[in-house]
Design a protein around this ligand. Structure first.
Ligand SMILES: *Cc1c(COP(=O)(O)O)cnc(C)c1O
Length: 408
C-alpha cells in the first residue's frame, strides 16, 4: 500500500502516436480489417490479443484510457463506458441475476439508488439499503442469496465514508463481490488496494474535470472485464454503453492534470470547511475533525491528494439555501448546477436535485435536510478572497450574523 501512488502509475505509462506524436492517435473506425479469416474467428472467440473487431467491443483509443484507469486503481484491467451509469448498470447486471440479492449503502448517487430500487427488481434482483458506516448492520443484511456489497467511498451527498477494509473483510467471509464507486475520491483513495474487487468511476466528474462530457469506467480483474465484454454474454457488450474514441482521447488528455487539480480542490475545500465551521455553520467535510469518519478516512487516503473537494453546508431552510445559491451565482462565485469536479465551484440543494429520486421520508431518515447545500469546490486561485466573498453573501441573507463574525 505504502508504495502505491496512483498518479505515478498513470505517469509511468508511455504512449506514442503511430507517427511518433506525443499523444496516441485517435482511432476513428467502427470496424477493423483482418488479414485472414481465421484471425477474425479467433478474435470473436476472444482468443486474439491485440486484434480489434468492432468498436462497441473495444477500440485502440478506449484501450489506452482503460490502461490508464487500471494503472490508477491498481487493477489488472478496466473498461471505459459512455457514462458513469453506463459502467454501474452493466457491472451489477453482470454480477447478479434472478433471485440474487445486493446489500447497498443507502446514501448513494440518486441514479444508482433508482436503478437498484426501481429497475433491477424487474429482473428479480433485490436490494437491501443499509447504513454503510455500521459494519454490524451491513453483515446482518447479508442473506444466502447476497452476491454484491455496493457502496461509494465517500457518499453522495452526505459525505459518509465507507470503511473499505472492513467491508472487504465481510465480503471475503461471505464470498461477495465488493463494488466501490470511487467517483468522489480519485487518487485520494485506492479502493482496490484496500480490498475492493471492482472500482467504478463516473469520469464525468473529477477525472475529466471540464464538465464537457459524460463518461464512466469499471476497473477490475482481467477475468471480470473479459466477462463484461464477452460477445455472447457480456452486459457491456450487449447493452452497448460504449464510449466514443474521440471522447476517450479527450478524457485521457484531461487525466494528465488530475493530480494537480485534486490537490487544489482539496486545499480549497479544507480552507473553506475550516472557516465556515468556525463561523458556526453546520459544515460536513471529511477533512474536519468533527466529521464522524475523519479518523478512519485519514487511514484510507493517499495523503498528498487530501480529503477531496466536496463539502456540504446546512444553512437552515430550503428558502435560504436557494437564496444563497442564487446570490453566489450572481456574484460569480460558482454555478448553481449539479455535478462536480469543475474548475468553478458548483452548488446545488441535493434534496430537490441529485437525490430527488430518494423519497422524502427516507431523505429525512438519512439526515438529508432541506437547508443542505452540496458544494464541489473549484480551483479558485485565491481561496481567502472567495471565502470573504461567500461570507458577505451569507451575511446579506442573515445566514451568518455580525456576532458570529465578531467573535472570531
Ligand atoms: C455522477 C455520478 C454517477 C453517475 O455518473 P454519470 O456519468 O452521470 O452517468 C455515479 N456515481 C456518482 C457518485 C456520481 O457522482
Amino acid at each position: 500500500m505504502k508504495n502505491f501512488n496512483p498518479a505515478d502509475n498513470i505517469q509511468d505509462l508511455q504512449y506514442f502516436g503511430e507517427f511518433g506524436g506525443v499523444n496516441p492517435s485517435i482511432s476513428d473506425s467502427s470496424t477493423y480489417t483482418f488479414l485472414s479469416a481465421k484471425t477474425m474467428f479467433d478474435t470473436f472467440e476472444g482468443n486474439m490479443e491485440g486484434c480489434y473487431l468492432y468498436s462497441r467491443h473495444s477500440s485502440p483509443s478506449n484501450l489506452y484510457l482503460d490502461k490508464a484507469m487500471a494503472a490508477m486503481e491498481g487493477t489488472e484491467s478496466a473498461n471505459v463506458s459512455a457514462s458513469g451509469m453506463g459502467a454501474i448498470t452493466p457491472t451489477l447486471l453482470q454480477l447478479c441475476g434472478t433471485g440474487d440479492h445486493i446489500v447497498s449503502s443507502r446514501t448513494i448517487y440518486g441514479g444508482t439508488y433508482a436503478f437498484l430500487k426501481n429497475f433491477t427488481p424487474r429482473f428479480g434482483i433485490k436490494t437491501t439499503f443499509v447504513d454503510i458506516t455500521k459494519l454490524d448492520v451491513v453483515e446482518a443484511a447479508i442473506t444466502p442469496e447476497t452476491r454484491v456489497l455496493y457502496c461509494e467511498t465517500v457518499s453522495n451527498p452526505l459525505l459518509e465514508v465507507a470503511d473499505i477494509e472492513g467491508l472487504a473483510k465481510i465480503a471475503k467471509r461471505y464470498k461477495l463481490t465488493l463494488v466501490v464507486d470511487n467517483t468522489f475520491s480519485p487518487l485520494s483513495v485506492s479502493p482496490a488496494k484496500l480490498g475492493a474487487d471492482i472500482v467504478i468511476h463516473s469520469l464525468t466528474k473529477y477525472i475529466n474535470g471540464s464538465s464537457d462530457t459524460v463518461g464512466g469506467v469499471t476497473c477490475a480483474s482481467q477475468e471480470f472485464i473479459d466477462s463484461l465484454k464477452n460477445v455472447n454474454s457480456g452486459a457491456s457488450m450487449l447493452l452497448g454503453p460504449t464510449m466514443d474514441s474521440l471522447r476517450s482521447a479527450s478524457v485521457m488528455k484531461n487525466l494528465r492534470t488530475l493530480h494537480i487539480r485534486m490537490k487544489q480542490h482539496s486545499y480549497n475545500a479544507m480552507y473553506l470547511a475550516e472557516r465556515f465551521e468556525k463561523d458556526g455553520l453546520k459544515t460536513v467535510y471529511p477533512g474536519l475533525k468533527s466529521h464522524p469518519s475523519h479518523e478512519i478516512y485519514k487511514t484510507m487516503i493517499n495523503p498528498e491528494y487530501g480529503f477531496g473537494g466536496m463539502m456540504t453546508l446546512d444553512v437552515g431552510t430550503l428558502e435560504k439555501a436557494n437564496a444563497l445559491m442564487e446570490l453566489m451565482q450572481a456574484k460569480n462565485l460558482g454555478y448553481l448546477a449539479v455535478s462536480l469536479g469543475f474548475y468553478k465551484t458548483l452548488f446545488s440543494a441535493p434534496g430537490t436535485s441529485t437525490s430527488s429520486e430518494i423519497p422524502m421520508e427516507e431523505q429525512i431518515e438519512m439526515g438529508l435536510t432541506d437547508g443542505l447545500i452540496r458544494f464541489s469546490i473549484g480551483l479558485d486561485n485565491d481561496i481567502e478572497r472567495t471565502y470573504q466573498m461567500m461570507k458577505k453573501c451569507m451575511m446579506e441573507l442573515d445566514i451568518l450574523t455580525a456576532e458570529s463574525i465578531l467573535t472570531e
